[in-house]
Design a protein around this ligand. Structure first.
Ligand code: HEC
Length: 250
């Protein structure tokens, strides 16, 4: 049986009518007869077509694995490719070939002068400002509460008691280097002037990070306005409560 099979595939002369001596008409030899009756050119074309069909896959696989300096094939352009310079790019327009241009000396962009020392640095006459730089309104205090609860309460706690969730977790994990957030509602904090508090929020202090880069200038002042309200709500002597309100205290 093996013999007859190899014979046929070598010679490929239609063997159907060739009588063979030790040929037994099993299923296998019947199948090989049918196969060899398919014209050769169809087999060639099929093989070539199958191989060609792998080509796109092979090209995609190659493109994914190899680096190229050519831009990507971008079928839908949208805004993906724009005529613009990216940071640190070259440009032959300028003599020094830098697309990024240095600031023009002694110029400040419109609206960015920041010459108000009180507002931007919490300083008045070379000392810490003793008043808020923004007029205190109920809206400001409410804004301050909202900002405080976002930016300060995670560490200092909603009531400023130094027991926010970050602190609680650090204690639970037994972090050896954890510095507890300061209590914000004691007498010492009440005596710290607004300008100093503004500086702490803006630039951070010791282990507390700076919030100037995240919280807008006016919002930092709003937080201080709210902090004052929080301090009054927590730690105040009966003498400071207006007489008309004292009856309402329990
Ligand atoms: C990531 C945690 C964290 C956040 C958020 C945080 N603080 Fe603090 N804060 C601390 C820690 C810790 C200290 C104590 C720093 C030290 O003593 O090293 C501190 C100290 C302070 C102090 C006392 C500084 C002094 O004079 O000793 C004030 C006031 C204060 N924070 C205000 C704020 C305000 C207002 C916010 C919100 C804008 C804020 N903190 C957000 C961790 C935080």
């Amino acid at each position: 049986m093996n013999e007859s099979h190899s014979d046929e595939s070598c010679t490929n002369e239609s063997p159907m009518n060739k009588p063979r001596e030790n040929e037994s008409y099993t299923n296998a030899s019947y199948v090989s007869d049918v196969r060899s009756s398919v014209p050769r050119w169809i087999i060639y074309i099929t093989v070539v077509a199958v191989v060609m069909s792998w080509l796109p896959l092979a090209l995609i696989a190659r493109a994914r694995a190899m680096r190229s300096s050519d831009p990507k094939i971008h079928i839908v352009q949208d805004m993906g490719i724009q005529p613009k310079y990216k940071a640190q790019a070259r440009s032959e327009i300028f003599a020094d070939s830098r697309a990024m241009r240095p600031n023009v000396p002694d110029t400040i962009a419109r609206g960015q002068l920041r010459d108000d020392d009180h507002l931007y640095r919490g300083r008045v006459n070379d000392d810490w400002a003793k008043y808020n730089a923004v007029p205190i309104t109920e809206a400001l205090v409410r804004r301050g509460q909202q900002r405080f609860e976002i930016y300060c309460a995670p560490c200092h706690g909603l009531a400023g008691a130094g027991d926010g969730p970050i602190h609680q977790r650090a204690v639970k994990l037994g972090e050896p280097k954890w510095v507890p957030p300061a209590l914000l509602v004691n007498q010492q904090r009440r005596e710290q002037v607004e300008g100093y508090l503004f500086d702490i929020i803006t630039n951070g202090i010791r282990n507390m990070p700076a919030y100037g880069p995240q919280v807008l200038t006016e919002d930092r002042w709003a937080i201080i306005a709210y902090l004052r309200a929080l301090q009054l709500s927590r730690d105040v002597s009966i003498q400071e409560v207006p007489v008309s309100e004292r009856d309402r205290l329990r």
